[in-house]
Design a protein around this ligand. Structure first.
Ligand SMILES: [Zn+2]
Length: 322
């Protein structure tokens, strides 16, 4: 992607090295904030406010708007993944090799440029639908980060969006995981990841997130709730594709960029992740869609470049039948 000449977004907060609230023996996002609140409720000091927070944690705490279901990902072993990273990088993608300061500065610059491009695009697009665009914040962190309403974010959970504080959380280690663990190298793979999280912010801005929460609260079966989550995620993929359409129009795409995004969308599909982690797949437990669905909705957004064709909630999904 030709990003060097793009303006850098001002909505980036670099909090690397300021790890906050490291939990003891807990690495799942959301869990960190829950225990003290439960204590507060049990001791009768929480009141209604506490209950609301508990519900919010229930809704968002598990990395609801993450890139993938963090529970079905391959276990992390840094020593192994860095080794793999070097091997992969030799053949494919050099900017991510090693973990030098220069490399991470380039990654921050890249993310700031891509975020700036999404801001320019959505800032033009939403007014066409009589809506205003308030940009999201991008929090770049390392290890653990306390969010504003989604519990404790952890690098192990991958990139995620937190609706209550309208912020996207990314640990740069994921940049390297993409090319090593997920075998989706290339800068546009990471652009897709960020554009997907911005897609969740668009959903928050235009009210889809509210409708989704309402629907979830009225749904009893877990399989049906998972299905709603799949539709939310596929729409974020669609919106990432819509931005890619704009990037193409702006002449920012290079040969192979689309393939990089498609490879990343494939890598974070539920079936692919579950197959890798457990050697089998459980479709009822899917929360983000299959690799094929994620690719299809990204491409659909890329082809149409509008909001009209992205209603994943009332559309028969590719691969589904009556
Ligand atoms: Zn997502």
């Amino acid at each position: 992607m030709k990003w060097e000449d793009l303006r850098r977004s001002k909505n980036v907060q670099d909090r690397r090295g300021q790890s906050s609230g490291r939990p003891s023996g807990m690495n799942r996002s959301g869990g960190g904030g829950l225990a003290p609140l439960l204590m507060m409720l049990l001791s009768g000091r929480g009141g209604k406010f506490g209950i609301v927070i508990i519900i919010l944690l229930f809704l968002f705490g598990g990395g609801l708007s993450g890139l993938f279901d963090s529970q079905s990902t391959v276990p992390t072993d840094n020593s192994i993944s860095y080794q793999e990273s070097r091997q992969v990088d030799q053949e494919t993608y050099s900017p991510n090799s090693g973990i030098s300061n220069d490399a991470t500065e380039a990654e921050v610059g890249f993310l700031s440029a891509v975020l700036g491009s999404t801001e320019d695009f959505w800032g033009e697009m939403l007014p066409q639908y009589d809506m205003e665009y308030q940009p999201a914040q991008l929090i770049i962190y390392s290890d653990y980060q306390q969010t504003g309403g989604c519990g404790l974010g952890s690098a192990a959970a991958g990139p995620f969006y937190c609706p209550p504080d309208s912020s996207i959380y990314i640990d740069l280690s994921f940049y390297r995981d993409l090319s090593s663990k997920y075998q989706a190298p290339g800068d546009f793979a990471m652009a897709y990841v960020l554009a997907h999280e911005v897609g969740h912010h668009i959903q928050n801005e235009i009210g889809v997130m509210d409708s989704y929460q309402q629907a979830v609260s009225q749904t009893r079966s877990e399989a049906a709730r998972n299905q709603l989550n799949v539709r939310l995620e596929l729409q974020a993929d669609y919106l990432a594709g819509v931005w890619a359409h704009y990037a193409e129009e702006q002449g920012l795409l290079e040969l192979g960029d689309l393939e990089e995004a498609m490879q990343a969308a494939h890598a974070v599909g539920d079936d692919t992740l579950q197959e890798q982690a457990y050697g089998r797949v459980v479709p009822d437990s899917f929360t983000h869609g299959t690799s094929q669905q994620r690719q299809a909705w990204f491409m659909r957004g890329y082809e149409y470049g509008d909001l009209e064709h992205g209603d994943t909630f009332n559309t028969l999904l590719p691969g589904e039948s009556y």
